[in-house]
Design a protein around this ligand. Sequence first.
Ligand SMILES: [Zn+2]
Length: 268
Amino acid sequence: MKKLYLHEWSWEEVRDYLKKDSVIILPFGSTEQHGLHLPLGNDALVAIRLAEDAARATKTIVAPPCWFGWSPHHMAYPGTISIMPETLTRLLYEVLRSLIFHGFKRLIVINGHRKANLPPMEIACSRIRNETGAYVTIADPFFLAEIAARQIRESPPGGIGHAEELETSHMMHIFPELVDIKKAVKNLPKKKKFHVMDPYVEADRAFTPSTLESFRKATQPSGVTGDPTLSTAEKGRRLHQALVDNLVELIKMARKEKVVLKPVTPCF
Ligand SMILES: [Zn+2]
């Protein structure tokens, strides 16, 4: 497959694809600050590259990427674009419904905005799955290769959060030209009990949403949470490989899934 993206195909090519296959990958990300050393498009770029590599390995079509996510507290830094969670839920729901209307039955959503986008995306996916019968699944780089991520990370508890060791390593592997590692600074969180953001640390947790002020205070002057100074391209290569391997497996599992679609109308 030379052309990976639906927006590069004609409707006739999509029709022919649907005669023999029904899987599609949807990359969703964000445009938000990622410290002084990573680009604002980080999360979308990660979702896009994961989608492309998994698509090539499995001959699967990729939907047009979404560059916007729910990033309210990152508005503390210039350039961030945040859409409301209801908008994200609606957008994903309506995109999925359009694709399902045409006959896509197995839809793999990649959430490059790790964890933060999950609640609105889960609502959209749960709703569409129950309404249409389609097989819809969300793959999030925080959790999709959690076993490998735990083995690769070297930072102490609190070292993984935002624009940190793993996210930076990943970018050093997939988009090295967009990383300015000299500007990477460490910012280990001060609050420990109940407010552990590091997903790979065993902890008792509570959730207090950030405000612009609390986020700025906790992350200034860089915008980082965690430790990107331990990042290497080799760690990123291992993480990317584990993520792509698992995506490939997930897509193969999706192809075997028995799916019976209910009648679906477009969104009017
Ligand atoms: Zn990110």
